[in-house]
Design a binder for this molecule. Structure first.
Ligand SMILES: NC(=O)c1ccc[n+]([C@@H]2O[C@H](COP(=O)([O-])OP(=O)(O)OC[C@H]3O[C@@H](n4cnc5c(N)ncnc54)[C@H](O)[C@@H]3O)[C@@H](O)[C@H]2O)c1
Length: 211
C-alpha cells in the first residue's frame, strides 16, 4: 500500500506540513502517525470533495479553432469530464465529426442539454454571440459556464461563470518581464556609478588604487 507523509506532500506543494494536515482533516483524512496517508484513499477523498468521482457531461458551443482544439484535448476525460456534444451555429458544420463527435446545430441546443443532463457548458463562440448562447444554455438548465469569449457574461443567481483569458495571463508575464528589465537596468546603473567613482559597492576605497 503506497503511502506518503505530510512532510513529503507539504514539500512538494510548498506549504507548511501542519497546515496540510489540518486541511486534510477537513476531508476526514487522518494519516497514520509514522506512516502517512494511504495514497489511493487520499486521491479518492480529494476527488470526492472536488466532485470528480462522478462523470460530468460537458457541451462545447462554438466549434471553430478553439472549440475544436478543446474537443480534441484528451485530458478532460481523465478528470471526469465527458464531452457530451459539440454545438455550432454554422449549418455547414452540422454532422461533421470533430474529435470523433459529430457537430450538432444550435437549433438542437435545448434538446441536447436536456437529453444529456448537462450542467456545464463551454462557450467558444465569437464575443458578440456569447451572451445569447449563455442565456440559451442557462434557460436549458446549464448552471456552470466556462467562458473563453472575450466578454463579460451576465447570468442569474445560482449560475457560476469562470472566464479563461490567455491574453491576461500573457499580460501578467509581460508585467513581470518589464519589472525584470527595470531591475536589470537599475543594477547596471549602480554598477556603472560605483565603477566611475572608483569605489566599491559599499563606498569603500579599493585597497589598490587604479593607476
Ligand atoms: N480566452 C482565451 O484565451 C481565448 C483564446 C483564443 C480564442 N478565444 C476566443 O474564443 C472564441 C473562439 O475563437 P476561435 O478562434 O475558435 O473563433 P472561430 O471563428 O474559429 O470559431 C467560432 C465558432 O463559433 C461559431 N459560432 C458563431 N456564432 C455562434 C452561435 N451563436 N452559436 C454557436 N456557435 C456560434 C462559428 O460558426 C465558429 O465555428 C473567440 O471569442 C475568441 O476571442 C479566447
Amino acid at each position: 500500500m503506497p503511502t506518503v507523509s505530510s512532510e513529503e506532500l507539504a514539500a512538494a506543494a510548498g506549504v507548511n506540513s501542519a497546515k496540510l494536515r489540518k486541511d486534510f482533516s477537513y476531508l476526514g483524512s487522518y494519516g497514520t502517525r509514522g506512516v502517512g496517508y494511504d495514497v489511493e484513499y487520499l486521491v479518492y477523498q480529494i476527488s470526492r470533495e472536488l466532485g470528480l468521482t462522478q462523470d460530468w457531461p460537458v457541451v462545447i458551443v462554438g466549434i471553430g479553432n478553439l472549440g475544436a482544439a478543446l474537443a480534441n484535448y484528451g485530458g478532460f476525460a481523465s478528470r471526469g469530464f465527458r464531452v457530451a456534444a459539440l454545438i455550432d451555429a454554422d449549418p455547414a458544420m452540422a454532422g461533421k465529426p470533430v474529435a470523433g463527435i459529430p457537430v450538432q446545430h444550435t437549433d438542437e441546443l435545448e434538446k441536447i442539454i436536456d437529453d444529456n443532463g448537462v450542467s456545464i457548458g463551454v462557450i467558444a463562440t465569437p464575443a458578440g454571440a456569447a451572451q445569447q448562447v449563455c442565456e440559451r444554455l442557462v434557460a436549458a438548465g446549464v448552471t456552470s459556464i466556462l467562458n473563453f469569449a472575450p466578454t463579460v457574461l451576465s447570468v442569474p443567481d445560482g449560475v457560476d461563470v469562470r472566464k479563461v483569458d490567455l491574453s491576461i495571463e500573457l499580460q501578467i508575464l509581460a508585467f513581470h518581464e518589464q519589472r525584470k528589465a527595470g531591475e536589470e537596468a537599475e543594477a547596471q546603473a549602480v554598477a556603472e556609478a560605483t565603477k566611475d567613482s572608483g569605489k566599491g559597492p559599499d563606498g569603500d576605497v579599493p585597497a589598490v588604487m587604479p593607476a
